[in-house]
Design a protein around this ligand. Structure first.
Ligand SMILES: [Zn+2]
Length: 268
């Protein structure tokens, strides 16, 4: 993904200051260091001018802007969700439970990303619910093709991008479900998140944020973490790819990338 707006400005000024001569829009080919931030015009030792934290924050910000705009245009109140980037030594205690029923304590390298609808976020004294939980080391490893300890065939930054979009989409589906009474069940809960991530991906693409390989990186990442067989909780590779593509490209009934297509396919 191309990092634009505030980050692109920072990148441009860093490039000019350091005399590196790199394009402000160029997306480097190696992962940014999880813990190295660029400060005061210095680039990190990896050659990145931004950190993985900045990439994740940029992506969340774009998702927030796009979904807020869509909600506004469609007469819904602005969606509000919290997020946490889990750093080493600072595990996040969620109110959700793990697969064993224990309280979910997320560490920086927990091999997954999460959305928990029970975790509170307080904004202007008002408590809202819904938290996106992104373990920073796990997210960083997605650049080089390690997607939650599964191997992606097409490594790249947008493996992380689509995972963030998927977790964000869980919250969007929650809020639309609360407003409309339509609530997906079972694996449709996951497939609709893939589909809605595809809807956002299309919006990002149309604004020039995506590179040529991002759709393949996203597809490969979802394939890597798909269920190996029918009957799993997330959908098979074919099902996850179909969901992403429905969101991204629509179908005969829904020509445009739209949440309506996702809810028609998975809203039950
Ligand atoms: Zn999910």
């Amino acid at each position: 993904m191309r990092l634009k707006s505030a980050l692109a400005l920072a990148t441009a000024s860093i490039a000019a200051f350091a005399g590196l001569g790199v394009s402000a829009q160029a997306v480097p080919a190696a992962p940014p260091a999880a813990q190295v931030r660029s400060i005061g015009g210095e680039t990190s030792s990896t050659g990145y001018s931004y950190s993985v934290q900045e990439y994740l924050e940029f992506t969340i910000d774009e998702l927030d802007q796009d979904w807020s705009e869509w909600f506004r245009q469609n007469g819904y109140s602005t969606p509000i969700v919290g997020y946490v980037i889990v750093e080493p030594g600072q595990p996040f205690q969620s109110r959700c439970t793990d697969e064993g029923g224990q309280p979910l304590l997320v560490t920086h390298n927990e091999p997954n990303a999460f959305y928990c609808s029970a975790d509170p976020v307080v904004i202007d004294g008002v408590t809202h619910y819904g938290m996106i939980i992104l373990p920073v080391t796990t997210m960083q490893q997605m650049w080089v093709g390690n997607v939650a300890n599964k191997r992606s065939q097409i490594p790249g930054d947008f493996a992380a991008g689509i995972v963030v979009a998927h977790e964000f989409a869980h919250h969007i589906v929650d809020e639309l479900g609360a407003a409309t009474g339509v609530r997906p069940t079972g694996k449709n809960n996951e497939l609709i998140a893939d589909c809605m991530a595809g809807v956002w991906m299309r919006a990002a693409d149309e604004r020039g944020l995506l590179t040529d390989t991002d759709l393949q990186e996203a597809s490969a990442a979802l394939v890597a973490v798909a269920d190996p067989h029918e009957g799993g909780g997330h959908g098979t590779a074919a099902e996850r790819l179909a969901a992403l593509r429905l969101g991204y490209a629509g179908n005969a009934q829904y020509a445009a990338a739209t949440p309506a297509a996702c809810f028609a396919a998975y809203g039950r």
